[in-house]
Write a protein that binds this ligand. Structure first.
Ligand code: ASP
Ligand code: MG
Length: 410
């Protein structure tokens, strides 16, 4: 008997029937003798709707007020769930971020948690209540409502599990059974993984897999919170465990855990920049100061004191990046800017790469066989990414999934 944290995503609380079902499941968990802390997302589609409403008034929207608006989705679902639990005769209480208190910095819409005061939760649990916390939201030191980035309810759950030293942190999903070797929507043969390491999950989440929020995985890794991603509709089946690499038993046999793709990509090249110390800093500082995350960077060999610099940014930041880059290019006396936002990043992830060679060459020859041209390449210890033309994304993912035999149990 211990403390179980259960997080339900937007599709799991999409309507009243689903919320009532969740209430029943939470009560069954409680009746096994556990304390239960539930974290909920907004009902499916709600956050998008609230963002759209705000954009109709102001674009870009006022950051402080946008958080006031978007955080309301979780307020509704947490209240409805607490009410449903009470309607079934069990005591429950909903708590908003500021009531818990989940204290964050003031970076609206992507706030970082700085501290959690868990006393109120502990007290409510000690009184025998089921506690339902609104995910995604926090409060800054001045008392302003903040939000933790899209998908941030995952982070709420992980952070509370760490703060309360919970015995398990279960993340219930309605749209998937767990973590797959690839997006089943692209690769019908994709297979559910029993286990995956934090590092691999973090790469997949950063590379475009939307099953878990990257920041939540990072937090779990840092504080050693074991995660269990489970299907809401089949609460008795095992989903996927996200664990320390050492806990991956048959590690030697696993080379690659997944193939992912990300179409939120664009690339920018500045040609013939004078090659002297400080150039890269001049190009990338304005981008980072605007909060734009530059991913891959390639600098060419310099010819006659000049070089070309190519880098990728999220497609959603493309226009802003071009404006900033054009400004520096002029200052530096660069020749011109070439850009392309019809690209995608396709990546292979696996801890097995640490100890096996030949993954990169197999990846490149697989793409070559399909006639797919590679535009950029980057690697890390457990990942290889290739930038390709966007129209080849699905073909590339399927071909790689096949070439590395990810669909078959080995
Ligand atoms: N409702 C927020 C979103 O849609 C947070 C979450 O679902 O985790 O991003
Ligand atoms: Mg979500």
């Amino acid at each position: 008997m211990g403390l179980i944290v259960q997080k339900y995503g937007g599709t799991s609380v999409a309507g009243l029937d689903k919320i009532k079902w969740v209430a029943g499941h939470v009560i069954r968990t409680r009746e096994k003798g556990n304390d239960v802390l539930v974290v909920v997302s907004a009902m499916a589609g709600e956050t998008d709707k609230l963002v759209k409403l705000s954009l109709q008034i102001m674009d870009p929207p006022d950051e402080r007020e946008l958080d006031v608006v978007t955080s309301s989705g979780e307020q509704v679902s947490s209240g409805l769930l607490a009410m449903s639990i009470k309607a079934l005769g069990r005591d429950a209480i909903s708590l908003q971020g500021h009531q818990v208190r989940i204290v964050t910095d003031n970076a609206h819409s992507k706030a970082k948690i700085v501290r959690i005061d868990a006393e109120r939760i502990k007290k409510a649990l000690a009184e025998g209540k089921i506690v339902v916390v609104a995910g995604f939201q926090g409060v800054d030191e001045e008392g302003n409502v903040t939000t933790l980035g899209r998908g941030g309810s995952d982070l709420t759950a992980v952070a509370l599990a760490a703060a309360l030293n919970a015995d398990s942190c279960e993340l219930y999903k309605d749209d998937v059974d767990g973590i797959y070797t690839s997006d089943p929507g692209i690769v019908p043969a994709a297979r559910k993984l029993d286990r995956i390491s934090y590092e691999e999950m973090l790469e997949l989440a950063s590379l475009g897999s939307k099953v878990l929020q990257a920041r939540a995985v990072e937090f779990a890794m840092k504080f050693g919170v074991t995660l269990h991603v489970r299907p809401t509709a089949k609460p008795d089946t095992e989903g996927t465990w996200v664990v320390e690499e050492e806990e991956m038993t048959h590690l030697e046999n696993i080379l690659i855990s997944g193939v992912s793709s990300d179409k939120n990509q664009a690339k920018i090249t500045i040609t013939q920049v004078p090659d002297s110390p400080g150039i890269a800093a001049k190009i990338f500082t304005p981008l980072s100061e605007s909060g734009i995350i530059v991913d891959m960077i390639v600098q060419n060999v310099s010819i006659e004191g000049h070089t070309d610099m190519t880098f990728t940014v999220p497609r959603t930041d493309f226009k802003k990046s071009i404006i900033l880059t054009e400004k520096v290019a002029k200052q530096l006396g660069a020749k011109k800017i070439i850009s392309d936002d019809k690209i995608a990043k396709v990546s292979l992830v696996g801890v097995g790469m640490k100890t096996h060679s030949g993954v990169a060459s197999r990846m490149f020859s697989t793409l070559a066989k399909e006639g797919i041209n590679i535009l950029m390449i980057s690697t890390s210890e457990i990942k290889i990414s290739c930038v390709v033309e966007e129209k080849y994304t699905e073909l590339a993912v399927r071909a790689l999934h096949d070439a590395f035999e990810l669909g078959e149990k080995k």
